[in-house]
Structures are given as C-alpha cells and as structure tokens.
Design a protein around this ligand. Structure first.
Ligand code: FE2
Ligand code: FE2
Length: 405
C-alpha cells in the first residue's frame, strides 16, 4: 500500500469522533464527539457526518443480509485469496536487498555502504522526495491494518482469528511491513535525507490516521484497496525505472520487489471485488460509483512534517512532475478496473435504477477525466506556466520544482 495525489486536494476532517459499534448494533455510541460539542448536532448525526458525509447510502451495506455475503464467500476466499500470500520462508526480506553487516564483516559492510551512498548521490531531488513520500506512506501500516479490521464481517475479531479473511489481512500486513522497513533502511544508509524530519513525518502520519469514505463497509473498503494496490504498484514500478536510469541498481531492485508485491495484492483485492460483482452486481456497482464520486483519496493524505502545511499536495505535485504517479495513472487505474470487473457488460436487467445510473456514471468517468487532462494540457501549451517550487524538510529544505493543478 502507498501512493499519493489525486486530482484535487482531499478535505481534512474537521474533527474526530470515536465510536463503539458491534455488528448487531443499530445505535452508534460516540465516546467523544468534538463535532457534537461544537455544533449541537445529535450524536448519531455527528457520527454519520464523521463517517460518511451527509448521506446514508453506504450504511445500507452494514445490514446483516449484505454482510452475510462475506460469510458465504469465506470458503471461496480460502481457496482463491489466501494462497496469494507468500510465507515468510519464501518471501524476500529487507536484509536480502541491503548489505548484511554480519556476513560482510566490518570492512565489507563499510564498502557496501559507501557504494549505496555513491549511487544514491546521483538521484535527483525530485525522485528522492517521491521515494521519501512512498516510504512514509508505507510506514503508516498500522493505520492500514486498522482500516482493514474496520471492514465489517471480514475483520479479525480476536487478533488471531482463523478465518480466511482475518488470516489474509494479517498476512497482507506482514508483507506490507517489509516495504516501509526496506525503504527506511535504504534511505538511512543513503545519507541523502534528513532522517529526523522523515521520522517525525511518519510519527505524525500514524498519529493522524487516514481518510476513508464508507470506512466500515467491506464492499467500499475492498474497492478502495484494489485501487490503492494498483496505484502503489505503478508508483514503486516507476520509481524502480527511474532508479535504474540513474544507475542506482540497489534501489531499482528494492522498488521492483515492492512493486511486485503490490501487484500480487492488487490481484487479491481485484479478485475479491470481482466476486462481489458476480454475486451482487447491483451492490458492487453502486459501491464503486460511491467511491469514485468522492474520489479515491490516497492513504497518506494527512502527512505532516510540522513545517509544510501543504506537504501532501506538494509531494503529489512532485510525483506528477517526475512521472512517478500522475493524474493519467488515476484514470488508467479506473479504466483497468472497469474492464476487470466487467462493469460495461453488466446487464441492465440485473440492476436497480440506481445501479444502472451507477454503472453509466462509472463507465463515463474515464472519458470525463481524459477531457480534463486534455484541457489542462492545452492550457499549459497555450500559456507559459509560472515555475513554482516547494521546499522539502526531508531533503534539508532544498526546493524542488512542482506542477500544481
Ligand atoms: Fe506496500
Ligand atoms: Fe500492497
């Protein structure tokens, strides 16, 4: 999991509300509600506002009849999703991709570290910023495992549950854990970044959490993660290519290994959502439209280094400029998923009126995004854009050129 930007800046939540709720609860019980205190809204209203805006659409996905789908699909998940995990014995580990002080000895380790520093010295600042942003995103894994355990019906009820869904989430988290680890160690050894500032950003991000619409619905959640895994695969894959172009083969291997993991994760989540399209096409397409209408906001949107109030936007702008992750990627991911899930082929007869509207909206969206891209391209071709830059504390406040939408 990782990645960045999107078409517009995400909204930061105005306030936080902590709630307790069990699967059979009908009443949400706020523990603390700043929203409620400030506005005088009812407690349930405050929770709704916090969790999903002003609409109730996604809450219907928490009805028992809807959630039973996941109980019924558990044997399918056991056979089709869990096997996509790689056991620790065969999975790569960060130590496989970085110098090992124990086997190299003091001199050998020193020489290997010097080699890393020399190669990393060739990386442009823009790529370094993208790499740090990707690493910071990966390091906020506690938020993502918590996210997956908020999805009703598939969460890990005990922390060591034996269900296929819970074992998948733990195995996925274990694989993800290596991504932040290996990038963090590489950047530490590279000597090119301000590690205390990077570490503060990670600390702040985990502290802030993440933004996810319809946070407890497994339909919406799995759609989000499927999109997200493909986005991270693209981002790390592009980073691997850039690293290779600049002669940093160690970094290219690291990013390539992460990208391959993300691809496998994408396959798992795409498969799960594909199954939902098979067993409940109307529910699945409406959930997809819901998520796309609100845009897929990337998980590190709340990143904060304590200095730059627009850090995430600036990081996204550098990624766009450097071709690591762009608005075109956002569109191409959507096009890919529409194809994977056969959205265009969904028969009208199997859909409600709202389902048909959702299908038509989703299928028309890539073209709309493409037109916006073309307009933006034409505007920049007709009129010279002012050169802007942003300073990043991660690289000792050096400025990096950016393109802001
Ligand atoms: Fe990851
Ligand atoms: Fe992943």
């Amino acid at each position: 999991m990782a990645a960045l930007l999107l078409l517009k800046q995400p909204c930061r939540p105005a306030a936080r509300t902590w709630t307790t709720r069990t699967r059979n609860d009908t009443a949400l019980q706020p523990v603390t509600s700043i929203t409620y205190l400030r506005t005088g809204r009812s407690a349930a209203g405050a929770v709704k506002l916090e969790e999903g805006g002003t609409d109730d659409e996604w809450l219907a996905y928490l009805e028992p009849a809807k959630l039973e789908v996941f109980d019924q699909l558990e044997p399918w998940a056991e056979a089709n999703v869990v096997p996509l995990l790689k056991p620790a014995e065969v999975a790569w580990q960060p130590s496989d991709l970085l110098p090992d002080p124990a086997s190299l000895g003091a001199d050998g380790f020193h020489a290997a570290c010097c080699d890393i520093r020399a190669r990393a010295a060739c990386l442009p600042d823009a790529h370094l910023v993208c790499l740090v942003g990707n690493m910071v995103t990966e390091e906020a894994l506690p938020s993502y495992q918590s996210m997956a355990n908020r999805f009703e019906a598939v969460h890990d009820l005990t922390g060591s549950s034996g269900t296929a869904w819970a074992r998948w989430t733990r195995g996925w988290s274990a694989e993800e854990n290596r991504h932040g680890d290996v990038l963090n160690r590489y950047l530490f050894l590279s000597g090119r970044v301000d590690m205390p500032q990077v570490e503060r950003t990670i600390h702040n991000l985990i502290n802030s959490g993440m933004v996810l619409k319809a946070a407890r619905s497994p339909y919406h959640g799995f759609i989000y993660v499927a999109f997200q895994e493909r986005a991270t695969s693209i981002s790390h894959g592009n980073m691997a290519r850039r690293a290779k172009e600049h002669g940093d083969l160690a970094l290219a291997r690291i990013c390539g290994a992460i990208a391959a993991d993300e691809k496998r994760h994408e396959l798992a989540y795409t498969r799960i959502v594909g199954k939902l399209f098979e067993v409940d096409p109307d529910g699945a397409v409406r959930a997809l439209a819901y998520m796309m209408r609100r845009r897929i906001v990337m998980p590190a949107s709340l990143m904060n280094d304590g200095r730059d109030g627009d850090l995430f936007a600036h990081y996204g702008a550098v990624a766009q400029q450097a071709g690591i992750y762009t608005a075109s990627d956002y569109r191409s991911i959507l096009e890919h998923l529409i194809k994977q899930w056969g959205v265009e082929e969904l028969a009208a007869a199997g859909l409600s009126d709202e389902g048909r509207r959702a299908r038509d909206y989703v299928c028309a969206l890539p073209q709309k995004i493409r037109m916006l891209e073309e307009k933006a391209h034409q505007r920049s071709a007709q009129k010279a854009q002012p050169i802007k830059s942003a300073s990043f504390s991660w690289i000792f406040d050096r400025p990096v050129r950016i393109t802001m939408a």
